[in-house]
Design a protein around this ligand. Structure first.
Ligand code: FAD
Length: 809
């Protein structure tokens, strides 16, 4: 066995072999895969081998599309067959909501170039003849699906990697990992030690155990999964003969099942409601190429529905039942990328659909390792989207929930209940008493809107405007005409201190840093000049800065900061988490309210827009930002959690005669929309440059050096290729949700990033991106909402306070 390598990949399932292949394709040939048993020995060997390109996250869908397109290349290079059967897939809708979901899915696929279409149930029978028509309303047809041989495909990756110079050691178990002071690794196996620069965890069913070797608890859990293979079915043979093709793939939402042809029979797999985790604490190292005991009773309710929907199958004999474990992250998407807090330790785990996603995971990870950047927007599968709040038992609850919802619709206003409430602020119970409907913001409970009573505090889930509509309107009106108060705890907050703090931060941010007592909006770019952050920074004192960013991105941002911080101890960056939480007051009467709570002068002259001040509010020591995301006059007041309740009660008391009202996250998002403010991970993502995103005011190209400057200069010189646009939509009872296609002159030219109803301006609003050369003031476009193309008008100025007087008043 070799004793050194540039990279050691742990695990020879489909994912490890794909990572290995892609590393060689990028030119790193000194790479080695270590497998404790044989290749495919984890979940890979007993997979049903189905593949498809559809995914709720368009960026993950693109990587799935890449995976599917890779197999021909792989067969060509390796000479090894992947056992491909390409056959169209259909998704069957049995309720009006599922039909709307399919229409939305087709629309979302358009700008990705997907060829999906809505077909009638009759047409669907051309691909799957066993449908009992009366149960269904329609179907989605996806020509780009199929199934393959899981072992053949894994060996094809392995062979192609070997041809590129990689080595593979089987029957070799990695027993522990030791990091050397220079950041390189000693990989200790039962057959000796390998010294390497990078370690990649592709441990599949044992991903947690490999993570634990470096003190990391990865949020992955294996679930038992059953599919059955039928005996030969004469009608299958008959269809093959008469139609001259295989039976297509099917997803039946109602039966929570997938089906496809296998030989002369069928495969039928089920994501049952009562799913069972496998090895919830530790995966036994003794587990080999084994199957688990089938339990048909568990999937019987789904089978009953499937047999009703497809009566031909009811009489088919069952040849075998496969029950095998495979892993999921809490949201069902993979965990890919460098692990924050560890050097040169990479994750490619939690891949629940290895044959749809394995290629994309390998491509993204190898780009990241070789070029320092994944090359795509892979936020949806970045390992950094989970923090340490995603414990083992949290993961258990969420994975079971996700498994049971695999074929369920998630409505845009639907909150999922498992493992909640998790993180709460001191005001949680108060808000519940006051009628708050709470949402889960990456583990943190956040008020979404306030119902008039506790009894009415629930969402009626829908793609259409729902029961929250009049209440959000009232919240927006209170902010615009008097004063509103909202909790703003779900931000990431950081304190950056030290003699090197200013130099370090300045080198990260496109905008110049503020002077003491002032705030500045600061986008952050990667080396390719794409947006990877958007912060509000305050200079609190010399060598001390406060910074606010997206809460979801805290681990993602900390990983970036740690990679770029000076190693000499001159900078300390501390994420404050729940140590600093806040309330924001906003609206024309917010200044008067604040003045009633402090003896500091907060007049417009003394406390200006974008000022930062540390002062006492309601007897509490607070950090106050004169800015709010509502685009109105307003203040963010940040305090230690033990004072939050006093602050809230004082604000409510002092604001009573000013007409104060609670407002929630949904009203906040609506108010920011009326000002055309973008949000992180919707308008601002690593696929956009700052000029494309309309952030040029915050990019100073002639003042200082920062990461991504050269690329930003180039973007400016060449002109942004696409432009973030603001649109007023002719919608009826359904506003945009995000990811809808934008049409101009009968062609899809762009996509919506976010939108909703602007309650105060009384208009349906949307933001999105279209090619710059198409942008014309007041031009007409169309946005496809739930399969219907609605007229929209491009508007250059925001509908509320276009001159931005309110924020500055
Ligand atoms: C019943 C069933 C049906 C499925 N159907 C489909 C389907 O139709 N389509 C689809 O895309 N996916 C399907 N899947 C999921 C698919 O199997 C997984 O997505 C895929 O196998 C994950 O591959 P992996 O490489 O991440 O993990 P694994 O296959 O689990 O591979 C991990 C490997 O790492 C090795 N390893 C772990 N720790 C060490 C160590 N310390 N030292 C050395 N080696 C180590 C293990 O031995 C193992 O070989 C199905 C799964 C099941 C169970």
């Amino acid at each position: 066995m070799k004793t050194t390598a540039r990279v050691v990949v742990i695990g020879g399932g489909v994912v490890g072999c794909s990572v290995l292949y892609h590393l060689t394709k990028k030119g790193w040939s000194d790479v080695m895969l270590i497998e404790r048993d044989q290749l495919t020995s984890g979940s890979t060997w007993h997979a049903a081998g189905g593949f498809h390109t559809l995914n709720g996250d368009p960026n993950v869908a693109m990587l799935q599309s890449y995976t599917v397109s890779l197999y021909e290349e792989l067969e060509r290079i390796s000479g090894q067959s992947c056992g491909m059967h390409k056959s169209p897939g259909i998704m069957l809708a049995d309720t009006p909501e599922r039909m709307e979901f399919l229409k939305m899915t087709v629309a979302r696929g358009r700008y990705l170039g997907m060829q999906t279409e809505i077909v009638s149930v009759k047409e669907a029978k051309n691909y799957f003849p066993f449908i009992e028509e009366k149960y269904f309303l329609g179907a989605l047809l996806d020509p780009n699906e199929g199934h393959l041989d899981p072992s053949g495909t894994t060996y094809a990756y392995a062979k192609a990697a070997r041809l590129g110079g990689a080595t593979i050691e089987v029957q070799t178990k990695v027993e522990s990992l030791e990091q050397k002071p220079d950041g390189t690794w000693r990989v200790i196996t039962n057959k000796g030690v390998v010294e390497c620069e990078h370690v990649v965890n592709c441990g599949g069913l044992w991903a947690r155990e490999v993570g634990r070797m470096v003190g990391v608890e990865l949020p992955v859990l294996a679930m038992e999964h059953m599919y059955l293979v039928t005996d030969d079915i004469p009608e299958v043979v008959e269809f093959n003969k008469s139609a001259g093709k295989e039976i297509g793939h099917v997803i039946d939402f109602g039966a929570e099942s997938y089906l496809r042809q296998e030989g002369k029979g069928m495969v039928l797999g089920v994501y049952e409601q009562a799913g069972v985790p496998w090895s919830p604490k530790t995966t036994p190292w003794s587990f080999g190429q084994e199957l688990l005991q089938p339990d048909l009773d568990r999937i019987a309710p789904s089978l009953e529905i499937a047999f009703k929907h497809f009566p031909t199958l009811e009489n088919a004999g069952i040849k075998r039942v496969i029950n095998g474990p495979f892993t999921f992250a809490p949201d069902g998407n993979p965990l890919v990328g460098p692990v924050q807090g560890r050097t040169n330790f990479w994750s490619a785990c939690g891949v629940m659909a290895g044959f749809s996603q394995g290629g994309g995971v390998g491509l993204a990870l190898s780009n990241w390792m070789v070029d320092g950047d994944p090359g795509f927007d892979i936020w949806g599968m970045d390992v950094a989207r989970y923090g340490d709040w995603a414990t083992r038992t949290y993961t258990n609850a969420k994975v079971r929930e996700n498994y049971s919802r695999r074929f369920r619709i998630r409505f845009p206003n639907e909150e999922l209940p498992a493992a909640r409430p998790l993180q709460t602020t001191p005001l949680y119970d108060t808000f519940i008493e006051q009628g708050a409907v709470m949402g889960d913001s990456w583990g943190m409970e956040t008020p979404l809107w306030f119902a008039p009573s506790k009894a009415e505090a629930h969402d009626v889930v829908s793609f259409h405007r729902s029961n929250d509509f009049p209440h959000i309107k009232a919240e927006c009106k209170a902010v615009r005409e008097a004063v509103g108060v909202t909790e703003v705890a779900n931000f990431a907050k950081y304190e950056i201190t030290g003699a090197g703090a200013e130099k370090f931060l300045q080198g990260m941010m496109t905008n110049t840093l503020p002077k003491v007592g002032r705030l500045q909006l600061c986008p952050m770019l990667n080396q390719r000049g794409k947006l990877i952050g958007d912060f509000t920074i305050a200079k609190a004192a010399d060598e001390r800065f406060m910074m606010w960013g997206s809460s979801q991105a805290q681990v993602y941002h900390m990983r970036w900061f740690e990679q770029h911080m000076p190693k000499d101890g001159s900078v300390k960056i501390t994420p404050l988490g729940m140590k600093l939480i806040g309330l924001s007051i906003a609206g024309p009467k917010s200044r008067e309210l604040l003045q009633r709570l402090t003896d500091d002068d907060v007049s417009g002259e003394a406390f200006k827009f974008m000022d930062y001040r540390e002062m006492e509010v309601a007897t509490v020591q607070a950090k106050v930002n004169r800015v709010t995301y509502t685009g109105d006059l307003g203040y963010e007041i940040w305090v230690a959690p033990e004072y939050q309740r006093r602050l809230f009660e004082s604000i409510m008391q002092a604001g009573k005669d000013l007409g104060i009202k609670n407002f929630g996250m949904r009203a906040l998002l609506c108010l920011r929309l009326e000002k055309n403010f973008g949000t992180w991970f919707r308008e601002f993502r690593p696929i956009y440059g700052p000029f494309e995103a309309g952030l040029e005011r915050f990019v100073k190209l002639d003042k200082h050096e920062f990461i991504g400057k050269a690329a930003a200069i180039k973007e400016k010189q060449d002109g942004p290729k696409k432009t973030r646009v603001f649109m007023v939509v002719d919608a009826t009872d359904c506003d945009v949700m995000g990811d809808e296609p934008i049409w101009v002159d009968g062609k899809v030219v762009g996509w919506v990033t976010s939108g909703g109803f602007g309650h105060y301006v009384n208009q349906s609003l949307a933001q999105g991106y279209i090619p710059t050369e198409l942008v014309k003031p007041d031009m007409t476009l169309e946005i496809e909402i739930l399969g219907e193309r609605r007229t929209a008008r491009l508007q250059m100025d925001p509908p509320f306070d276009p001159e931005a007087k309110r924020m500055r008043m």
